[in-house]
Ligand binder design. Structure first.
Ligand SMILES: C[S@@+](CC[C@H](N)C(=O)[O-])C[C@H]1O[C@@H](n2cnc3c(N)ncnc32)[C@H](O)[C@@H]1O
Length: 525
């Protein structure tokens, strides 16, 4: 592929749907009882969906495909030769954003199916290549403040196209059935709910984007039925794990929360409340190359490879998110924590630890130019997410980036509390007994059941404090079960309705009798 072709592929989000996937999608729509009069493929490309629709919907009177790439339309015209009833197919060279859709659709009577696959590209990817394929109103999501002014908010072009397409159904009934990133599909469904659109039987059917498009992204077929007339069944929708999954599970909103599995939520909602202790995130410093150090055979090395001769006063053992998720032993990493609470003056370091002060001053340029304005407003060399809680010796921690509910007990190392990076969330305790008791409670089946009902695994950071903080682990019925570390196979749990089977237990690191795995490091996976 030439550089120009690569650039165009990015600008136009050009991932043509393989014919077998388009056929499977149309078959699924037929089994859902969808029988359209009109099919519109708004960015039809080489036409896999146009051809699949022509075969799957013999009663459709009109199949309309639009596309901006003339070569694709030529190739589609050739592919249509010999397809039965292809006279119903009309193709048009057009740009989605400048097409007058309302007058075009007004001339097409009957129940409408909008089918296809919009471009897979974000506005920021467009910005990198200088692409112009963008909605005219770039603030379609109603961003406020700086993001709106600078046009900085990142969004998928397909999201804007899908929202435009939903508007076509404001005065007519029909079905939207489009491939999309799952995160985009959820935003579109939330929009339909906000706008109180009369949606019935919406569904997200997961597809394997790696297999079909070679893309490492969570993707799905989004199906939204919109009707005129009496009210629909509300805005809950069903998530199917594949095009062959006949049952799926229900997703929706309750009590202001997004629920990834309504059945599971209902079963474990008795655990819902306020977390007895607020979950905190690890230390934020935005200067890993300076503030994070590793002990090597040369001594204490920073991220630039410099050996640093500093006092231990402000150094704490560090577990990064991958260490917490991976469950391994401490990797001799440290972090410089310059304050015990947010805003604490830092000039005292000059006296208490002169070599540390000299090190900070030596790297002042990197530290003074940290992006966020909060650094400028606070004492020099500040860090964030510190307070009394950050210095208690025992922790129950989880990494927000990993797609598992795996909690880990972490004790002090070298007599110091362990610090985490800001991808980790944790609770802290003065005693080991309290930490163990809490670990057992947050990894009990009801607690994991509630949490997993609230997590959307396709998100970049699926585990967040907003989810952890609604778990009241004191509500676990009966004596807490003692589990060292639990890895929840979500799909398995969902399929089994999280019945008596306990989630898969990963016994990493539980030494016999619950003793710690190493005497020097009291940390446990
Ligand atoms: C992800 S591909 C999918 C193509 C086709 N819908 C399919 O499912 O095979 C996106 C298509 O959108 C077309 N496209 C991108 N931007 C467009 C625009 N502004 N107007 C019309 N078509 C556009 C691209 O040329 C490409 O064929």
């Amino acid at each position: 592929m030439s550089a120009t072709e690569r650039r165009e592929r990015i600008e136009f989000g050009d991932y043509q749907t393989p014919p077998d996937l388009a056929i499977a999608v149309c078959k699924r729509l037929v089994t859902l009882g969808i029988r359209p009069d009109i099919v519109v493929e708004p960015t039809c490309g080489m036409g896999s969906f146009v051809i699949a629709a022509a075969e799957a919907f013999p009663d459709a009177q009109h199949i309309l495909g639009l596309e901006r790439n003339a070569d694709y339309l030529d190739s589609l015209r050739r592919r249509l030769i010999g397809v039965p009833n292809s006279a119903r197919v009309e193709l048009e060279l057009a740009d989605f954003f400048s097409t007058d859709w309302s007058s075009k659709l007004r001339s097409l009577r009957g129940s409408l199916l909008v089918l296809g696959n919009f471009p897979w590209v974000t506005n920021s990817a467009q910005a990198v290549i200088g692409g112009k394929n963008l909605p005219m109103k770039s603030n379609f999501q109603n961003h406020r403040g700086f993001d709106a002014i600078s046009g900085k908010a990142n969004f998928d072009i397909s999201e804007s196209m899908l929202l435009d397409t939903l508007r076509w159904f404001e005065s007519r009934s029909g079905v939207l059935a489009m491939l999309a990133k799952t995160a985009v599909a959820r935003k579109v469904l939330a929009h339909a709910e906000r706008k109180s659109m009369d949606v019935r039987d919406a569904a997200v059917v997961r597809i394997d984007a790696k297999r079909h498009f070679g893309a490492a992204v969570d993707a799905c077929l989004l199906v939204i039925r919109i009707s005129e007339g009496p009210a629909g069944t509300g805005h809950d929708y069903t998530v199917f794990e594949s095009l062959d999954d006949p049952t799926g599970h229900r997703v929706g909103h309750r009590m202001g929360l997004s629920i990834g599995d309504l059945e599971m939520f209902q079963k474990y909602s008795f655990m819902l409340g306020e977390s007895p202790q607020k979950w905190r995130s690890g230390v934020k410093h935005d200067a890993a190359a300076v503030m994070e150090l590793a002990r090597t055979e040369r001594g204490l090395e920073n991220g630039k490879g410099d050996v640093c001769e500093i006092e231990p006063t402000y150094l704490f053992p560090l577990f990064k998110g991958s260490d917490v998720a991976g469950g391994g032993v401490w990797r001799q990493r440290y972090v410089l924590v310059t304050q015990r609470y947010v805003g604490e003056p830092t000039d005292g370091i000059r006296e208490t630890a002169p070599r540390t002060w000299a090190y900070l001053v030596q790297h002042a340029e990197a530290l003074d130019t940290r992006g966020s304005t909060v650094y400028a407003k606070n004492p020099r060399f500040s860090v964030f997410a510190v307070g009394g809680y950050a210095f208690r010796p025992w922790r129950v921690a989880i990494c927000g980036l990993y797609k598992e509910l795996r909690f880990r007990l972490v004790g002090p190392i070298e007599g110091c509390p362990v610090m985490f990076d800001d991808t980790v969330y944790y609770l802290s305790f003065d005693t080991e007994a309290e930490a163990r008791e809490t670990l057992a409670r947050v990894t009990s089946q009801p607690a994991l059941g509630l949490l997993s009902s609230l997590v959307f695994w396709d998100e970049k950071r699926p585990i967040k404090t907003s989810i952890l903080n609604v778990l009241d682990w004191t509500r676990v019925d009966g004596p807490p079960r003692r589990l060292p570390s639990v890895q929840l196979d979500l799909n398995l749990a969902r399929r089994q309705g999280a019945q008596q089977d306990a989630p898969r237990i990963d016994a990493l690191g539980l030494a016999p009798g619950g003793a710690y795995p190493s005497s020097s490091s009291a940390s446990e996976a």
